[in-house]
Design a protein around this ligand. Structure first.
Ligand code: SF4
Ligand code: SF4
Length: 263
């Protein structure tokens, strides 16, 4: 099994315009080494795109390809990619010769590598982020010996990270909000189940919105209802907003409970 040793030299903080040299291609000796023995956390948008690629319902995708976990610092449910039970604990989507068979729809974590991201401060409310980046230099990765130069911004653009982070922003915001609460303020098990459904099981969430009393309970404009009925990304982002309002009492004006007389 690949033990994925990470360089012990502390990473240098990088900004969007910092340059680094890296290239990954079929010709490198380590090709696909990084797709074994690793933990890959899936974002909500990863699940939307991967299950579409595989033509599975979100329920089927979760059952076959993921493992539920709890993100310790935030005490929030997350899902990771379930690795194969082979000697190297391979990703189910890696092929020795061709690499990633779902490359166009690979998870956000795979796109980021070899760049990591940290936050000095974050205020989702104002949309302010003070992020920094760093290179993740794993000992087995020979991509750093190649001579292709990038800025962090170019890498993010090339790998489709900007688009993915924009969709997942509401999810990240929920995680950061929860992490910043005192540890004694826990979500109930029922709330965690609702969080899991909204963020990772879009088919179940759609059913919940359209086939329960949800739309009778809240004042949701007709154009919003139409939009989320036909667009999974919009439905997901609507779900993030609902969770923010329900768990953190932020943006409650978007989820006004209907006056009982109107019902
Ligand atoms: S160069 Fe790095 S990212 Fe590319 S296959 Fe090798 S280990 Fe993986
Ligand atoms: S999803 Fe693709 S890129 Fe990511 S670990 Fe699996 S094979 Fe590698």
């Amino acid at each position: 099994m690949n033990d994925h040793k990470i360089s012990e030299i502390p990473p240098e903080q990088m900004g969007l315009n910092t340059r680094f040299t890296f290239q990954c291609h079929k010709g490198v000796k380590c090709f696909t080494d990084c797709c074994r023995g690793i933990d890959i956390m899936l974002t909500p948008y990863d699940i939307l795109t991967m299950r579409r690629k595989l033509d599975l319902s979100s329920e089927e995708f979760l059952a076959v390809f993921t493992e539920p976990r709890i993100l310790e610092k935030a005490d929030m449910p997350v899902v990771t990619l379930k690795l194969l039970d082979d000697e190297r604990r391979s990703c189910p989507f890696v092929e020795d010769k061709d690499g990633c068979v779902i490359y166009e729809d690979r998870p956000t974590t795979c796109r980021y590598y070899p760049i990591g991201v940290g936050a000095l401060s974050y205020s989702g409310e104002q949309g302010d982020k003070d992020e920094f980046f760093f290179t993740v230099k794993e000992a087995h990765c020979l991509g750093f010996e190649e001579d292709r130069e990038w800025t962090v911004a170019q890498w993010r653009q090339d790998q489709g990270i900007d688009e993915r982070d924009a969709v997942n922003e509401g999810w990240m915001d929920l995680m950061v909000r929860k992490k910043s609460l005192p540890p004694s303020m826990k979500l109930s098990e029922e709330s965690k189940k609702i969080f899991f459904m909204v963020c990772y099981n879009i088919d179940k969430f759609r059913d919940f919105v359209f086939n329960s009393s949800f739309l009778k309970r809240y004042e949701i404009p007709a154009d919003k209802t139409k939009e989320i009925r036909s667009d999974d990304v919009k439905l997901l982002q609507f779900g993030f907003e609902w969770l923010k309002s329900a768990f953190f009492h932020a943006g409650r004006e978007n989820f006004q409970v209907k006056n009982s007389k109107k019902e």
